[in-house]
Design a protein around this ligand. Sequence first.
Ligand SMILES: NC(=O)c1ccc[n+]([C@@H]2O[C@H](COP(=O)([O-])OP(=O)(O)OC[C@H]3O[C@@H](n4cnc5c(N)ncnc54)[C@H](O)[C@@H]3O)[C@@H](O)[C@H]2O)c1
Length: 252
Amino acid sequence: MGRLDDKIALVTGAAGSIGAASARLLVAEGARVVISDLDADRLDALVAELGEESAAALVADVTDSDAVAATVALAVERFGGLDVAFANAGIFGVPAPIVDYPVDVFDQVMAVNVRGPFLVAKHAMASMRDGGSLIFTSSVVGLTSDAGICAYATSKHALVGLMRTAAKEGAPRRIRVNTIHPGPVDNEFQHSIEERATGQSRDKAAEIFEGMIPLGRHATAEEVAHLVLYLAADESAFVTGAALPIDGGMSA
Ligand SMILES: NC(=O)c1ccc[n+]([C@@H]2O[C@H](COP(=O)([O-])OP(=O)(O)OC[C@H]3O[C@@H](n4cnc5c(N)ncnc54)[C@H](O)[C@@H]3O)[C@@H](O)[C@H]2O)c1
């Protein structure tokens, strides 16, 4: 018996670190998943790993409404419904103060990190079965912020507003909506941010960041996946409208 037997899930950004770890754990607990991303090769490799009876992939840009609708349709057509949508694809942009921040990069970050999850909510909630779960990947900087990250922090704060609205709209059908707020994760996405933010080597930059985390280390993608699993499963049936940090105390 898995914790997600009979559930069908959609994961965006599934070729990436947190998305792939989550897709693996959801399938390990009995779910069938539709995985989407821009990276076709990594999606194909993940389907091969998870097995075609448990996973189907679609290359889809989350900023494209028709493409997001097609991923939802794939879940319904291939597996018979949709119970869980994990809107997880995201980009960082560049580190720069507001006065220097490139407007086109700001727009791109908002498109992927806000319009994308909005489109996932829009199309997934329309098809989701009663009692479903919608999960957005925000960030510790969806609750706090720092200099130099205006686009990223603004986009991740915006998800809290989207989540609170969706939680109220989904409640009559017991659809739960929550944001998760990871702190720095030990993966390429974060190490590249740390190197650019500090101008230091990967190891030195990681050490500087770990000095800002009360638990003194990065998270693993698998730890984040376990929070996704909890929110996907019926054991979190009374959790909605919540912004859940998983940040080693960084936002405390
Ligand atoms: N890594 C961290 O420390 C950290 C901390 C907090 C929040 N997050 C958030 O977690 C999420 C996943 O990040 P990750 O750490 O796994 O990084 P990642 O770069 O490994 O994964 C992100 C994935 O999103 C995909 N993607 C980017 N733009 C897309 C688009 N337009 N359409 C579809 N897919 C697109 C990428 O191809 C990539 O596979 C992101 O939303 C990120 O902001 C990460």
